[in-house]
Design a protein around this ligand. Structure first.
Ligand SMILES: CC(C)(COP(=O)(O)OP(=O)(O)OC[C@H]1O[C@@H](n2cnc3c(N)ncnc32)[C@H](O)[C@@H]1OP(=O)(O)O)[C@@H](O)C(=O)NCCC(=O)NCCS
Length: 277
């Protein structure tokens, strides 16, 4: 290991915490302390006051993600090189860089990562203008609760490739911190949305409809209901991100009035990491 970064001590965490909170990586300092006690390799600092926050990307994958990186762009290649060694030492198969605007991806490419995912950010101004589209006959939309987690997980697994699929713990967290809604047909959940409001703004975090129930207007009804809910909470704009090659979602969101922001986000990854010994 190159030894550029080391696990954060309790006093390091006091200065890392504001950045981690601001990036919504943890809810509070006790959560950051608990993470770094249980898995000290996840919160890393350098003697220059740089920091990185790492976490498994998805339970079903062996990717380690750089969820937060606080250093000058010129230092990114050094930091990433070091974090690749951390990932290797912890037995992960790949290191993922943070999602960054494509215009800022240079230092990650210089570090030897390559672009593996592209994500568009879409934004809707004045969500109150969007008319709520009713669901098709026989389908109702209601708020989701913890008892819907299994059904939501099933729809999520059927709707997203492994890279983007949430694992059960991530879904439970999103549902407890955001507002979920499910579309139900004959008492069975067939689609869901997750909407969140934070200091960073209002967003539509997820939209999925079970494959057999698509193209009947369920997705449009769910999305417009979530937008109306966010507007009712005072949102002046709603943002969301979606895979750049997702034609169905771009068309659906475009019809609701979402517009693509100029800078595409990119996800970069290392090649496969061989074990260190
Ligand atoms: C996107 C998704 C939620 C749409 O659900 P849905 O119930 O089919 O949505 P609707 O029936 O309301 O509308 C679908 C629209 O997409 C269009 N569409 C569907 N598949 C398409 C495709 N492959 N290419 C282009 N347009 C497509 C439909 O023509 C329709 O648009 P139109 O009404 O203007 O003709 C659903 O396809 C899905 O769950 N996909 C996988 C998960 C996902 O991509 N989620 C969104 C990103 S977060």
């Amino acid at each position: 290991m190159s030894g550029l970064t080391r696990p954060a001590t309790a006093s390091d965490l006091a200065w890392v915490a504001p950045a981690a909170l601001h990036a919504h990586l943890v809810d509070d300092l006790p959560e950051l302390l608990a993470i770094s006690q249980a898995e000290p390799w996840r919160v890393r600092v350098t003697e220059r006051g740089e920091a990185a926050f790492l976490g498994r990307w998805r339970a079903q994958l062996d990717d380690l993600a750089v969820l937060g990186l606080w250093c000058a762009p010129t230092r990114v290649p050094f930091m990433v090189g070091d974090l690749i060694e951390v990932a290797r030492a912890q037995g992960f198969g790949r290191l993922l860089g943070p999602l960054v605007p494509e215009s800022q991806a240079g230092p990650y490419l210089d570090a030897g990562l390559r672009i593996v995912e592209r994500v568009d950010v879409l934004r809707l101004e004045r969500p109150g203008r969007v008319a709520v589209t009713p669901p098709p006959a026989g389908v109702t939309i209601r708020e989701a609760g913890p008892s819907d987690l299994d059904a939501i997980g099933r729809i999520d697994r059927a709707s997203f490739p492994a890279f983007w699929r949430y694992d059960p713990a991530q879904l439970a967290r999103l549902l407890s911190t955001g507002r979920g809604a499910v579309a139900e047909g004959e008492g069975i959940a067939i689609g869901y949305t997750l909407a969140t409001i934070s200091s960073g703004g209002s967003s539509l975090g997820r939209l999925a409809v079970a494959p057999a129930d698509r193209l009947h207007g369920v997705g449009t009804a769910l999305a417009s209901e979530a937008v109306a809910w966010l507007s009712g909470q005072g949102a002046r704009a709603v943002t969301l991100s979606t895979q750049s090659d997702n034609e169905a979602s771009r068309r659906l969101y475009g019809r609701l009035g979402f517009r693509r922001l100029p800078d595409t986000l990119v996800g970069c990854a290392s090649g496969p990491l061989a074990a260190s010994h």
